[in-house]
Ligand binder design. Structure first.
Ligand code: ADP
Ligand code: AMP
Length: 222
């Protein structure tokens, strides 16, 4: 089977984590969720977690040197046969570091999957997002759990993320526009960008991504 080396791009709240959960199942890809990994470090108060905390709580990006080392180690350890990266890269420096790493391994990116949604949509999504401590994601109106406040998958309580407060949401969006949006051109110029309309419902977005990946896989084999 041809290897799928994928990254998910898009503003916070576009639905990257929601789609990643489905794509992991479809393709059996190792999932590397940067935000989840950083939150685990923060929770267990590792050196990296302590260094990252104030940036995350303010809606800023954690500095490149900290994030790049953490993610490239994971790609080497767990992504030998393909990977789905969510939330990395988020700066041009991170994109270049990933490209160098893959080149050094004799590999390359299959595609950058961009899930697009306007600011007003993602603000509404993040305001209603609820998560359990294992990272399962819900929305109070669009994707509610069967029992209010409880995760369907593991029975854990659902809470609002600290950075999903209105002021931090606005900051994270500004950070996205300033630092991560330039990656669209970076991947477009390299012929790797695939765009998806994130305002459609979860199943429609999923179907569209799956169809695109099936085509890419066929093309790789030809
Ligand atoms: P991201 O990982 O891009 O920050 P999430 O996957 O966590 O975004 O989704 C943000 C919120 O929007 C969650 O509450 C999720 O349930 C909801 N959501 C995700 N995709 C959709 C969709 N296509 N339509 C409506 N709500 C969605
Ligand atoms: P997320 O769960 O993807 O919304 O990420 C939550 C927070 O983690 C972000 O607001 C950043 O503070 C930090 N973070 C996640 N990914 C990165 C990255 N690639 N580079 C820098 N900071 C990141």
């Amino acid at each position: 089977m041809s290897e799928l080396n994928l990254i998910l791009l898009g503003p916070p709240g576009a639905g990257k984590g929601t789609q990643a959960a489905r794509l992991r199942e479809d393709f059996g890809l190792p999932y590397i969720g940067t935000g989840d990994l950083l939150r685990e470090h923060k929770q267990s108060e590792t050196e990296l977690g302590l260094a990252a905390k104030s940036y995350m709580d303010n809606g800023d990006l954690v500095p490149d040197d900290l994030v790049i080392a953490m993610i490239l180690d994971k790609v080497e350890e767990e992504g030998q046969d393909g990977f789905l990266l969510d939330g990395f890269p988020r700066t041009i420096g991170q994109s270049e570091a990933l490209a160098r790493e893959l080149e050094g391994m004799g590999r390359r990116l299959t595609a950058a999957l961009l899930i697009e949604a306007p600011d007003e949509v993602v603000i509404a999504r993040l305001s209603g997002r609820r998560v359990c401590s294992a990272g399962h994601v819900y929305h109070v109106e669009d994707d509610p759990p069967k029992h209010e406040g409880v995760c369907d998958q593991d029975g854990k309580p659902l809470t609002r993320r600290k950075d999903d407060e209105p002021e931090t949401i606005r900051k994270r969006l500004a950070t996205y526009h300033a630092q991560t949006e330039p990656l669209k051109d970076y991947y477009e110029e390299r012929g790797l960008l695939r765009r998806f309309d994130g305002t459609r419902d979860v199943t429609e977005v999923h179907d569209h991504i799956r169809a695109t990946l099936a085509t890419l896989r066929l093309e790789e084999r030809l």
